[in-house]
Each structure stands twice: as structure tokens, then as C-alpha cells.
Design a protein around this ligand. Sequence first.
Ligand SMILES: *Cc1c(COP(=O)(O)O)cnc(C)c1O
Length: 239
Amino acid sequence: MIFSIADNIQNVRKRIQKATIEAGRSENAVELLAVSKTRPAEALFEAMQAGIESFGENYLSEALVKQSELERLCSAEQYSALSWHFIGPIQSNKTKAIAEHFDWVHSVDRLKIAKRLNDQRPDKAKPLNICIQVNIDHEETKSGVFLEDVPNLIDALKTMPKLKFRGLMCIPNAQLGEQSVKQAFMKMKSCFDGLSSEDSQVDTLSMGMSGDIEIAIESGATMVRVGTSLFGAREAQQH
Ligand SMILES: *Cc1c(COP(=O)(O)O)cnc(C)c1O
């Protein structure tokens, strides 16, 4: 049996709903971000028809091409309802286009990048929503700040008027097993609770992907980033 993107979306929504209820959380506590990296604009369009309004992209040039293709596929009204989330590693020569073409960035992990995004966010645009990426398992090859360095970066973000600090993001090391992933998510949750209790603008805990949606929701995620379970397996990619 072949599943359509619409079927997959329905299944993922059911998984989210079930996990949310089982965790005793309120019905709309968890938002679904459709991770559309490597997928063609037509796939995003199909997802939009099934109610998706937020897309996560990792590669800038690919994303920009797709955004203009999608703009042609849908009405102006439909297109303007979309929100675009940059979730990949950021090189400093990419910040200007990110600041111009995205609504959210989940992968801020250093001051220099934050400053550039703030300086380059167009004046007429709303502040760019920011999550700090945390390298929760202290992996050498992974982006993100260590949890203990989060407060310093937040202090800096608060001085930047074109950025709006919304919360934290992480990608735990799935190879360490479910128990370890759960522990990583719980550490994130504990830090997030401290931050959100001090600042009501902090409302986003971005964690959980296709393989660990349920563990993330049970641990307090407010936004899950799902690619494979919506669009199928990705082909090997070159970037
Ligand atoms: C690719 C990606 C995802 C989605 O992963 P799936 O396993 O395909 O659901 C989520 N977050 C980030 C940062 C990604 O790069």
C-alpha cells in the first residue's frame, strides 16, 4: 500500500495527539514543523493542501529556490500564511538571506551569527524568532552550545531588537539509545522551564524528530520537527 503525504500527515498528527494526551498535556501543546529539506516544491504544496503551514529547511540555496517555486504554485494568501524555519548549521555568509527569507531560526549557537541576523533583519520585518541550539550530548561534531553556556548567549540576544528569543532546540545522539535520548530531553526541559518561568516570551522547546516524537512530547517538547515520517525516506544528498 502506498501512502500519500496527506495520509502521512494524518498519521503523524495522530501520533502527536496520542503522545500529548498520554503525557497529560493540553491538546494544542505541541506544534508540528514539517521538515522539507531535499523535497521538491510539489511535495510542500501537497503538504500545504493537507494543512501544513510551517516548513523547516536546512540548506539555504535549496530553500530559496523552493520558496519561489511554491509562491508560484499557490495563491498569495496561502503563501503569506506560511512560516519558514531555518534549522540547519549556519555559515556567516548565509545570515543575510536567512534574515530576509525566514521567520524562525532554530540553530543559533554563537554570538557572531546572532549579531549578523539582528543587523541584517530587514527593518520592515517582524523580529526574527530565535531558538538556541544546544549540543546536549557534548558531541564534538555537532553544532550547538553546551547547556551551561545558554544563559550568556541569551543575555546577548536580549540586547538585539530584531531578534525575539523563543526557546531551545536540540538533536540528541540517537545512537546512544532511548534512555539517553530521554535523559537529554529531560535536561532540555528543565533548562527550558527555568527560562520560561522568567520570561513569558520563551515558549518553544524544539525537539523530537520522526524516530522520537513520542519521547520528546512526553519530555515536554512544544514543537516537533518531522521529515521522514511525513515525506518518506530521504535519498543520499550532496551539499
Ligand atoms: C532532518 C532534520 C529533522 C527531521 O528528521 P527526520 O528524522 O527526517 O524526521 C529534524 N531536525 C533537524 C535539525 C533536521 O536536520
